[in-house]
Design a protein around this ligand. Structure first.
Ligand code: LLP
Length: 490
């Protein structure tokens, strides 16, 4: 479709979704840098045609533009390093592995000068196997097992982010027993929760993560009435030989577009560090501000460049440390989605299509086209879990057909199995066509399942115009791999 005249909007479309002039257009900001369209309209990744990728590797296929991933990783490292250079000698960027961790992605992050944040023993094993320098690995988790803590100590990870008073004393005992000093960051809950353009600030925390900055009302679970769990944790850590207290950490949410929320959280945590200095005469050396940097899933999302967030935050932090008379701690952060998300796209093959009459909010009915693809909630559970919006384009060809309000659904035995709730796609998109969904690099592969005994997709990395498999497609044989009933041995 080449017209730029928008088609009439469907009454079923949400307010944020305008009728497009051209449903085949690649909206800037949604796609990895290597994505374009060939002269005949086919979608390409670094010049590789969608149909060639689909033919060689099958669909559904998660295609990761490695060069784009690396460029985003570099942008964070360079942007934050420059912004914090004068203030605290630069910043350390930990790639949040949970967003998309494989041996390859861990290696890319490390090669680009990032460190790696892991959230379990499994993620830690992947980062170590990828050759990430142990001192550049952080281990998170609100309920780490003894095995996870022991492995982290033995491997010599750079920081264990301790989540509770219970864990602090437990880790101290494990470290003492093993003859280690545990390098500890305390995860604090500063009472700031940010999401997209909004953030809320509260005094009390009602969630499983972290040590509250608010004074406890009763003596319970190691808390001391009138003293915050965070302060008690510092008292304990500083008094414990087997704990090496490096600093503090906070993480305030996901899909954050403004620096404001990070600045507010940093302010609260720095105030706490000033109290620690007053009480203990100790200036803690490290401050981690977590991840949550937002990305564009649809045309309405407008994330800011990493360097812009970094500059605004550095300004805020500088004012706060000056006001409090603190030496600025070394700042670190943990972006995941903002590095891995936009680098990925998922290619699906279209199967069944149908058009239904749907009840429209205006009391009438309107046509909704269902476009069913060969994957679904098993390769991207985010729309079902979080009502996450995505968009999609026809990938094998462009079309002159009118845009039709469409819903991209998977092949699972569940009516909620939606991949893209609302998108205008060419009305003639049909069986055998390819569909590309952008921004699927984060929290897809790592959250995929075998629901309905579907084999999980392959992951292909594209770099320098060449594609290679980094995670092979599961086979049906894999689906039997854990069947263990000896009476049914295959
Ligand atoms: N650091 C900590 C301590 C975190 O808990 C998280 C995410 C991150 C860093 C990285 O956040 P990012 O920069 O990727 O937003 N499955 C959900 C997201 C869960 C995020 C949990 N923590 C989703 O698909 O939206």
């Amino acid at each position: 479709m080449t017209t730029t005249q928008p088609a009439p909007a469907s009454p079923l479309a949400p307010a944020w979704l305008p009728a497009p002039g051209d449903p085949d257009a690649l909206v800037p900001g949604l796609w990895a840098a290597g994505v374009g369209r060939a002269a005949d309209g086919e979608l390409t990744v670094q010049g590789l045609r969608a149909s060639a990728l689909a033919a060689e590797f099958g669909t559904p296929l998660l295609v990761v533009d490695e060069d784009d991933f690396r460029a985003r990783a570099r942008a964070f490292r360079e942007g934050f390093d420059a912004a914090f250079a004068d203030l605290c000698g630069g910043a350390d960027v930990y790639y949040a592995g949970k967003s998309m961790l494989t041996l390859s992605t861990a290696r890319w992050a490390a090669e680009e000068g990032l460190r790696v944040d892991t959230a379990s023993g499994g993620e830690l094993a992947i980062a170590l196997a990828a050759g990430v320098y142990p001192a550049h690995i952080g281990l998170h988790g609100n309920n780490k097992s003894d095995a996870e803590l022991r492995t982290a100590l033995e491997a010599g990870v750079g920081r264990i982010i301790v989540d509770s008073l219970d864990e602090l004393t437990h880790l101290a005992a494990l470290a003492a027993e093993a003859g280690h000093r545990a390098p500890v960051m305390l995860r604090l809950t500063p009472g700031v929760h940010a999401h997209t353009h909004d953030f809320i600030a509260t005094a009390h925390e009602d969630q499983k993560f972290g040590l509250s900055l608010a004074p406890a009302s009763t003596d319970r679970d190691g808390n001391v009435a009138g003293r915050s769990p965070a302060a008690v944790a510092v008292d304990t850590a500083l008094a414990t030989e087997s704990i090496d207290l490096l600093g503090v950490h906070c993480h305030i949410g996901s899909q954050i577009f403004e620096a404001e929320g990070f600045g507010l959280a940093a302010g609260r945590v720095l105030e706490f560090l000033a109290e620690v200095k007053a009480e203990h005469g100790v200036e803690l050396a490290e401050l981690d501000l977590g991840g949550g940097h937002g990305i564009a899933y649809t045309a309405v999302d407008e994330p800011r460049p990493a360097a812009e967030i970094a500059d605004a935050l550095a300004d805020d932090v500088q004012k706060t440390v000056e006001r409090l008379g603190l030496r600025c701690p070394r700042v670190s952060l943990e972006p995941g989605r903002a590095i891995s998300g936009p680098a990925g796209l998922t290619l699906y093959t279209v199967g069944v299509t149908k058009t239904v009459d749907a009840d429209a909010p205006d009391g009438g009915t309107a046509a909704r086209r269902y476009v069913a693809v060969d994957g679904g909630m098993s390769d991207n559970p985010r729309p079902v879990l979080y009502d996450a919006d995505y968009t999609a384009v026809s990938a094998r060809r462009t079309s002159e057909a009118e845009p039709a309000l469409s819903r991209v659904v998977g092949k699972h035995c569940e009516s909620g199995d939606i991949l893209v709730r609302d998108v205008y796609l060419p009305a003639d998109l049909g069986r055998g066509d390819l569909l590309a969904v952008p921004a699927t690099g984060a929290y897809t592969h790592v959250m995929s399942s075998n629901y309905n005994a579907l084999a999980r997709p392959a992951v292909v990395a594209v770099s320098g115009g060449l594609a290679r498999v980094i995670i092979r497609r599961e086979t049906q044989e894999d689906l039997f791999a854990r069947e263990a009933d000896p009476r049914l041995a295959r």
